[in-house]
Design a protein around this ligand. Structure first.
Ligand code: URA
Length: 199
C-alpha cells in the first residue's frame, strides 16, 4: 500500500521536475523499508547515487553504513531519503569536470512539498536529519544550525505531521573534518539510547 503511494508520488515528482527544468532529469528517490518508524534524511544525491539510483551508496554512504552499525539496526529496516532528489552539480569551465554543490534555496523549495507528502505516506515517529540542509528543511527554521543542535531530539511539526527530529552531522562531514568523528560517535550512542527508550 505505502509502496504504491510512494511510486505514484515519485512518478508525479519526475513529471513535475522534467517539466520545470524542460529536460529529463535523473532523480534518486527514497528507499528502504516504508513501514519503518525511523527515517533518515540527507541533502541530495551525488554522482554514484545517480548512477545506481539509490541514496547513500557513495563514500558518504560507506560512512553512513558504519554509523548504522553502531545503532545495531539493519539498514534495510530503515527508510532513507534526501531533501533534494536530483544531483546539484557545477561544471569546472577549465576542465569540464562536474562536481557536487550545495542545493540552492530554490531547489530545496521545489522539493520540500514532495518531501512532506513522502513523510505523510511513511509516517515515521523519528526523523534523523543528516547535516544542515536536512535539519533546516525539516525544522523549517533557516537559522537552525547543526553545530548547536546535533545530538539532541527536538519535537517538530512538518506539513501535516508531528514527529521527533534527531539532528546528526552529515556522514560526509567527517571526510573533510576528521576531528568531528568522536562527536559523531557520541551522538550515535545518544541516538541509540533514545531509540531504545522510546520503543
Ligand atoms: N549525500 C547525501 O546527502 N545524500 C546521498 O544520497 C548521498 C550523499
Amino acid at each position: 500500500m505505502k509502496e504504491n503511494l510512494l511510486e505514484s508520488l515519485n512518478r508525479e515528482l519526475k513529471e513535475y521536475i522534467d517539466d520545470l527544468y524542460q529536460q529529463a532529469t535523473p532523480l534518486v528517490f527514497g528507499g528502504g523499508n516504508p513501514d519503518s518508524q525511523i527515517v533518515l534524511i540527507g541533502e541530495a544525491p551525488g554522482k554514484n547515487e545517480v548512477l545506481q539510483g539509490r541514496p547513500f551508496v557513495g563514500q558518504a554512504g560507506k560512512n553512513l553504513d558504519e554509523f548504522i552499525d553502531i545503532l545495531e539496526i539493519e539498514k534495510s529496516d530503515l527508510y532513507i531519503t534526501n531533501v533534494v532528489k536530483m544531483r546539484p552539480y557545477k561544471i569546472n569551465e577549465q576542465t569540464g569536470r562536474e562536481s557536487n554543490r550545495t542545493p540552492t534555496k530554490k531547489e530545496i523549495g521545489v522539493f520540500t512539498s514532495f518531501l512532506m507528502r513522502e513523510l505523510e505516506i511513511v509516517r515515521p515517529k523519528l526523523v534523523v536529519t543528516l547535516g544542515n540542509i536536512a535539519l533546516k528543511c525539516i525544522s523549517q527554521d533557516e537559522k537552525a544550525s547543526i553545530g548547536s543542535l546535533h545530538g539532541n531530539p527536538i519535537e517538530v511539526e512538518f506539513g501535516k505531521q508531528n514527529f521527533w527530529l534527531f539532528p546528526l552531522y552529515h556522514p560526509a562531514s567527517i571526510i573533510y573534518k576528521a576531528d568531528l568523528k568522536d562527536t559523531y560517535i557520541e551522538d550515535l550512542h545518544k541516538l541509540k539510547d533514545y531509540i531504545k527508550k522510546s520503543s
